[in-house]
Design a protein around this ligand. Structure first.
Ligand SMILES: [Zn+2]
Length: 311
């Protein structure tokens, strides 16, 4: 699958590779849902392809092995069963990088979510990251570049994938059967991540969010009580519900901040919205602690929201 917002960076990196001037350690950063993994797989297949032109050709032995996920010169450095990338995995990478490639072409190492490296892992990688050897490439991706050690970042060439413009998104959305107008309602809330926004719409979460926020609006407008609003509690979705509340409050506050009045009423409304935001943030943090009764916390939150509204 090709994502139009990745075309430029893909072409640029492939061009640098073909000209023999690609940096041996590439760091790609973007929030979740930008297609980083797809991009790296396409690049890796092209770097490993044995064809003289049109890389990746899709038909050489290397391309076949790659699409079957059994290419001997490609290494995916991740552990599904662990929250970290441990030092053992990095040692495997280092060992492999010291061997000759089996297909007599390039060697590609891919570290998705590289911020999961422990300090020991990062330190074990430094030397190889600096000098992996000829025709060997290490590609790291992360949505959290600020969590990387400076010693890792300084040894890589970093590329940040920017959120695509509406112009780039529109033809893609048409192909996905999604209206731009609908998309733009959720897109900014999800770190401007096109794939997360698409998933949000396709999974029906957009409808659920709309229905939930309609209940919240009715509560804010006094058409329903705190008790009635607390019935919106959904055990499986409560974290999402709180995020929807926070986004709605953020948008409400922004609209109030844009009003240039200096009157006391406006200032009080702004404080009121801030207080509601802080309350929701606090409740969300409490819910993350184990052993807390989420339903009770939610009911208490609704009562407190009501008190803030009645001030
Ligand atoms: Zn090929």
């Amino acid at each position: 699958m090709n994502y139009p917002w990745l075309e430029n960076i893909q072409k640029s990196l492939l061009h640098q590779f073909l000209q023999g001037r690609l940096h041996h350690a590439i760091l790609l950063t973007a929030p979740e849902g930008f297609g980083k993994r797809v991009l790296v797989n396409q690049l890796a297949q092209a770097f490993l392809c044995l064809s003289a032109e049109n890389k990746p050709c899709g038909s050489c032995k290397s391309c076949h092995l790659f699409t079957q996920q059994s290419h001997p010169d490609f290494m995916l450095v991740e552990d599904d069963n662990s929250k970290t990338i441990g030092v053992d995995l990095i040692r495997k990478l280092v060992n492999k990088s010291q061997q000759k490639s089996q297909m007599h072409g390039a060697h590609v190492f891919f570290l998705p979510d590289c911020h999961k490296m422990t300090e020991a892992s990062a330190n074990a990688l430094l030397k190889t990251l600096e000098e992996p050897g000829q025709n060997k490439f290490i590609i790291l991706t992360t949505p959290h570049p600020s969590r990387l050690l400076a010693t890792i970042k300084s040894r890589t060439q970093e590329y940040t994938i920017k959120p695509p413009s509406a112009e780039i998104l529109q033809p893609w959305l048409v192909a996905q059967n999604v209206a731009l107008e609908e998309f733009e309602k959720v897109y900014p809330m999800l770190e401007s991540s096109p794939l997360s926004a698409l998933e949000f719409i396709k999974s029906g979460a957009l409808q659920a969010q709309k229905a939930y926020l309609a209940q919240f609006k009715s509560f804010l407008g006094g058409q329903s009580t705190a008790y009635q609003f607390s019935a919106s509690y959904d055990e499986d979705k409560v974290d999402k519900q709180l995020v929807w509340l926070l986004n709605a409050l953020k948008m409400w506050l922004n609209s109030k901040l844009k009003q240039n009045g200096r009157d006391l009423e406006l200032a009080l409304k702004q404080v009121q919205i801030c207080d509601m935001q802080n309350l929701v943030i606090q409740v969300r943090m409490q819910m993350l602690q184990t052993g807390m009764n989420k339903k009770l916390l939610y009911q208490a939150m609704c009562n407190k929201l009501s008190q803030i509204l009645r001030r």
